[in-house]
Design a protein around this ligand. Structure first.
Ligand code: ZN
Ligand code: ZN
Length: 304
């Protein structure tokens, strides 16, 4: 429908016609929190993100100084005023909630508890986490250990609104999470299965051996996901092309359309209404200079 205002308004309406097709898709990026977590909102705004993913702490350190009350308030204010619908937290890299080593396990649990409570305080509902590594103890051991870690966290963290999104992984080394069954089992063994969702990383599933290069590959992979985990658990995507090869179990992200996956998979996801309202987050390299270009590429793949 065209407004009867001015020519300028009519021109703007053409934009709205295009946006209407994008309206149901929630596109965004992993952005920096340098200078305080409130800055992540500004970084997301600059990229016209509808969703962002952030670290709440330095991902390479066990202990970080938590944000002050003042910063948390600034974050909430900025978020409220922005058009960002979802903020997702990503767990730190050091964490291994599946470890058999007592010290690592305890540090991981303590760190994760703090992160859940901080997310709750900041009004953030989703924390994305990898499944950790079994370090030679075997996958069954690792998955069980992980599920127990989450049960303990759900029972002790003051974070009743926070959901854990288990991320599909590439399966490097002894990392868990490269089969959909691993995610299903962690959720299934937990006493609190309702507290879990899943984040599907396109680069990781591809490297793990779920092909998504053609439309029929995508059909098959999402059917498989639905059968094993259930599409209703899918609460976020990481949209990354892959520098790594198919079935390589190597985790290397690439710019959209420049990797071994190619644009077909992204076009498929962006135009499938099963994935409407689910945050689609890029974690492609060189975020300061390349995020804009990668998001533009993705927006161009949405059918008009
Ligand atoms: Zn990811
Ligand atoms: Zn990755």
């Amino acid at each position: 429908m065209f407004s009867n205002d001015t020519n300028q308004k009519e021109i703007a309406d053409f934009g709205i016609v295009f946006q209407n097709c994008l309206d149901d898709m929630v596109l965004g990026a992993h952005v920096s929190t340098a200078g305080g977590i409130h800055n992540s909102i500004e970084n997301g705004n600059k990229l016209q993100c509808e969703a962002i993913q952030i670290f709440l702490a330095n991902p390479n350190r066990w202990v970080s100084k938590p944000p002050t009350e003042d910063i948390l308030e600034k974050f909430s204010e900025a978020w409220k005023e922005s058009s960002i619908q979802d903020v997702i937290v990503h767990d730190i890299h050091l964490s291994n909630l599946a470890s058999h080593k007592k010290d690592v396990l305890e540090k991981s649990r303590l760190q994760f508890k703090g992160m859940m409570e901080l997310a709750q305080e900041a009004g953030i509902q989703h924390i994305v986490t990898h499944l950790g590594a079994h370090l030679g103890e075997g996958e069954d051991f690792g998955l069980k250990q992980l599920s127990s870690s989450f049960d303990l966290l759900f029972e002790t963290a003051e974070a009743s609104d926070v959901l854990i999104l288990l991320e599909t992984t590439a399966g490097q080394g002894t990392n868990l999470g490269y089969r959909f069954e691993h995610l299903r089992d962690v959720i299934g063994m937990s006493k609190y299965s309702e507290r879990f969702g899943v984040c599907l990383d396109t680069c990781h599933v591809f490297a793990a051996g779920y092909d998504i290069r053609t439309e029929s590959d995508c059909d098959a992979t999402f059917d498989r996901f639905d059968e094993i985990i259930g599409l209703e658990r899918l609460k976020a995507f990481h949209i990354n092309d892959a520098k790594s090869e198919y079935q390589s179990r190597v985790d290397r992200h690439e710019h959209i359309g420049e990797g071994n996956i190619g644009t077909t998979a992204f076009k498929y996801i962006l135009n499938d209404y099963r994935f409407a309202k689910i945050p689609l987050i890029i974690e492609t390299p060189k975020m300061n200079t390349m995020h804009g270009k990668n998001l533009t590429t993705l927006r161009s793949l949405v059918n008009e």
